[in-house]
Design a protein around this ligand. Sequence first.
Ligand SMILES: [Ca+2]
Ligand SMILES: [Ca+2]
Length: 381
Amino acid sequence: MFIQNRVFTSALTIFLLSASFFTSCKIDPNNPEDPDTPTPIDTLPVTLVTRDVISNLDIPWEIVWGPDNLIWMTERNGRISKVNPETGQRQDLLSISEVRQQGEGGLLGMVLDPNFSANPHVYVAYTYNSPSGLREKVVRFTHNNNTLSDPRTLIEDIPAASIHNGARLLITRDRKLLVTTGDAANTSLPQSLSSLAGKTLRMNLDGSIPSDNPIPNSYIYTWGHRNAQGLAYHPNGNIYSSEHGPNTDDEFNRILANRNYGWPNINGFVDAGSETTFATGRNIVEPLMAWTPTVATSDIAWYSNSLIPQWRNKFLMTTLKDQRLIAITLSADGLRVTRQESFFDRQFGRLRDVLVAPDGRVFLATNSSPQRIVEVRPIRR
Ligand SMILES: [Ca+2]
Ligand SMILES: [Ca+2]
């Protein structure tokens, strides 16, 4: 079943259906300002249609594109599966019995090794029961013939709770693993450099501490976070993160090594007297964008494909509470948010995760009944 996105007008569709007219026009690519030059068709917005790939899921938390052109998915109950994006056929790889699903905790983030054929490794973050209570760990599995085996714990005993467990993962271009951790409902932890809570952690892919980490013999890469659940690259090499604020100030941040993001003493921008006092001498990073009232920011992904021109060169960000996808435009230097646009407003309920496929289609994981993966692509011409 296809549902036309209400955002775009049918008049635009007609315009686009006749767009082949332009391909016969002479376009001077060196003079885009020429008033006689038609707008190149691949920059015009396209009408979007959506389709349910699979539904009745159990809190899908992470969807990533696999080297087999299948969607790899975590569900918070501990299950890792592959879903065929065309047929919706599902194949379960593993159910991690150690996962303790409690409140917002459970099996959360997942990332695959970017060089999967040489290193068929799958990294996941989840909460588990330890003798001292709920904790979080990152485990690496090896994929072989549709099984995940040989679990290797890279880091464990990270403070966890029924709320605020972070757990978004990113493998960087220099082959390090970044892991966001939440404050685990304890606001005394994010500013403490002796706690792994409320941080971005950086580790080698075997779990050891990189020799070039900013704090010697520490996993801590950045601190002062509340609960960051978005972490992604911009093509220019910057890394950005979205973060849940308290009653105010959801944030969109640029991640810089060895910097303090302020929580719990600073919410959003440094714009209150107590925040200015706290910020003095503390190497604080302010967000590029803060949302009050909050939207409940979840995943972010950079969109560079030409398939959906209106999203090209923007970050796509899912929101839970606001139940919409936000497209974020940055300034050329990547230091300011210059525009935000909303899509699918309350059409699918809470949006947890966003995945950009290599062909430019976008997949959304929803957390409202029926919990599902939704495909987004242009209408067929
Ligand atoms: Ca902050
Ligand atoms: Ca503030």
